[in-house]
Structure formats: C-alpha cells, structure tokens
Design a protein around this ligand. Structure first.
Ligand code: NAD
Length: 298
C-alpha cells in the first residue's frame, strides 16, 4: 500500500544528512546508483567482489558522463570531478565511515542476507542500510541485520540516471528517522521518492505486472504483440508498449517477477499457461540484454 503524504512528513525528521554513501555491487544498478550519487555531489564507495565488475561499474558512470560532455551539457573538468566522487573497491574498509549503504548485489535472498550481515559489522551504529531488491520482502531481509530500525528498501529503476522514481520501502521495524534520511538522500540524488509498505511488487511492479498479465492474455488470444505496442505508443501516447517494455526490463527478470507476484497475490495474478514471457525465457530470448526478446534488437 502506498503511504500517502509520509514522504513529506518524514523529510522533517532527518537527524543526520547523508554526506557519504556506499553501494554494494557494481552491476547494472550499482554502476547507475554510483553515477547518480556522485553526479549529485554525494561521494560514494562502490564495492564488488570482482575487479571486472568494478571496471564495468565505473564504465557505466563514465559512459553517461562522456555522452553529456559530447552533447555540450557538461565540461570535461566537471566530468573528472564527478568521477573522483566514486571510490571503487574490493574491500569493506572504505565503507566504515559512510552514512548509508545501498545493497545492489544479485537478486538472491541468501546472498543478500550474508552481504547485509557482513557489511553491518563494518558500519557505525548510526549508519543506515538499504536494499535495492526488486522482489524480496524487506521484512525478510531485516531478519539478517542487528539494527532493523535502521534498515529499509531503496528501490531504483533502470536506467538509474533516467528514471526519476525511487521506492522507499518501509519494513515493520524501520524507524521514521531512517525513512526520513533515505527520502532526503533520494531527493538529494535528484530523484522522486515515494514511501511504500512492504508487499510483493511494492508499488510499481504491483501495477506493472497485472498490466503485463493482461497483455499476455491478449497475445494468447491471438492479437499481434507489435500491434498492441503500436496502439499503446501511437494512439495512447505511452513512450513504449508492453512487449517493448518487457524487452527493456529483461525477460528473465520479468519471468522471475511474474512468479513472485502470482505467489504473493494468487487471487489477482493467476499463473498463465504458456505465458509468452515464460516461453521466451525458456528459449533464452532475454530481451535487450541478449538482443532477442519479443523483438530482435541486434
Ligand atoms: P547485476 O547482476 O548486473 O549486478 C550484481 C553485482 O553484484 C555484480 O557485479 C556482482 O559481482 C555483485 N556481487 C555479487 N555478490 C556480491 C557481494 N557479495 N558483494 C558485492 N558485490 C557482489 O545485477 P543488477 O541488475 O544490477 O541488480 C542488482 C539488484 O538490483 C538486484 O537485487 C535486482 O533485483 C535489483 N534491481 C535490478 C533492476 C534491473 O533492471 N536490473 C532494477 C531494479 C532493481
């Protein structure tokens, strides 16, 4: 359930602003989160478990900045300054003095639980821990930390530099001050935070996945997916239709999320036999990430 009006109220409660952050995982999301924090002036430590991932994470930030310089929207000096705000590391030593951590490692509850417990042991008692999980319950993850009142979800959307919304997910034990600090940090990153309660799909995916399910039903009834997209784009005015959006989200991610949503809301989101998304997934057509999904992106 979306908690109306809480974001504004909460912003008044911040007792310690976020001056330094850390992101765990330098993947698609970690790289984008590091860029966004650095670009908006909050230094950030980007921690991963392998060097190659760190190089790719830094490349994510650097590529976004290079495009801005090429388009004349940013000077090369400013770009260099933004990059110095990102510290890439394989060690937890650099996270000791951060005010907030955004965990953005692989979507696996066991890995996330271990990473959250481990990083917490390096942090000060005041530091806040957040998770960028798309589908795992915040209350479940809270069981792996010692200070659940200092823990909440901080769910960014892909690509982080272009998507304004950030869902701040409140666990049962999350304190108001924690929500306030994370809301303020998201706003400082130039994002639009909303505060939501913990439930499968949080807010956006709860709305999006029933929409995808409606689309899948139409396709199974014989309607051409490209025609559905065309109507949504050209006539209804949305930036992209459901098939194209599924390719952007990633067919594997969408398939996983469909399972989470139908398990969480079995009455509302029944599993669809021969769902085109699972059929594509079984055929390794993962969308834009491997150039083949509903469409060929090559
Ligand atoms: P990704 O696979 O691109 O990156 C994950 C990174 O985590 C990898 O670089 C990996 O080396 C690193 N990692 C694994 N174990 C680690 C550990 N113990 N410590 C530090 N780093 C570790 O994944 P992603 O797409 O960036 O997703 C990350 C999280 O963000 C997931 O929870 C996902 O559900 C969520 N998310 C993803 C999207 C999306 O569109 N990709 C959108 C919103 C949220």
């Amino acid at each position: 359930q979306v908690v109306k009006g809480k974001a504004k109220k909460a912003a008044k409660l911040v007792d310690k602003p976020v001056n330094k952050a850390a992101v765990l995982g330098a993947g698609i999301m970690g790289g984008g989160i590091a860029y966004q924090s650095a670009y908006k002036g909050t230094p950030i430590v980007m921690k991963d478990i392998n060097d190659k991932a760190l190089t790719l994470g830094l490349a994510t930030a650097s590529n976004i900045l290079t495009k801005q310089v090429e388009r004349g929207r940013m000077s090369a000096t400013k770009m260099a300054g933004v990059l110095t705000n990102i510290t890439a590391t394989l060690s937890y030593d650099a996270v000791k003095d951060v005010d907030v951590v955004v965990e953005a490692v692989v979507e696996n509850p066991k890995v996330k639980a271990a990473v959250l417990a481990e990083v917490e042991s390096y942090l000060s008692d005041e530091a806040i821990l957040t998770s960028n999980t798309s589908t795992i319950s915040i209350d479940l993850l809270a069981q792996s930390v010692k200070r659940p009142e200092k823990f909440c979800g901080m769910h960014f959307f892909n690509p982080v530099n272009r998507m304004p919304l950030v869902e701040i997910i409140r666990g049962k034990q999350t304190s108001d001050a924690t929500i306030a600090s994370v809301v303020a940090y998201a706003a400082k990153m130039g994002k639009s935070p909303i505060v939501v309660n913990d439930c499968p799909g949080f807010y956006v995916n709860r709305v999006l996945f029933p929409y995808f399910a409606g689309f899948s039903q139409l396709v199974l009834e014989g309607v051409d997916f490209a025609k559905i997209d065309k109507v949504m784009e050209k006539e209804f005015g949305w930036p992209m239709g459901p098939a194209y959006l599924l390719d952007v989200v990633g067919i594997d991610t969408a398939d996983h999320c469909t399972g989470v949503m139908s398990a969480g809301f079995p009455q509302r989101m029944q599993k669809i036999e021969n769902d085109p998304v699972s059929v594509l997934f079984e055929n390794n057509r993962l969308g834009q990430k491997n150039s083949q999904g509903f469409y060929n992106h090559g």
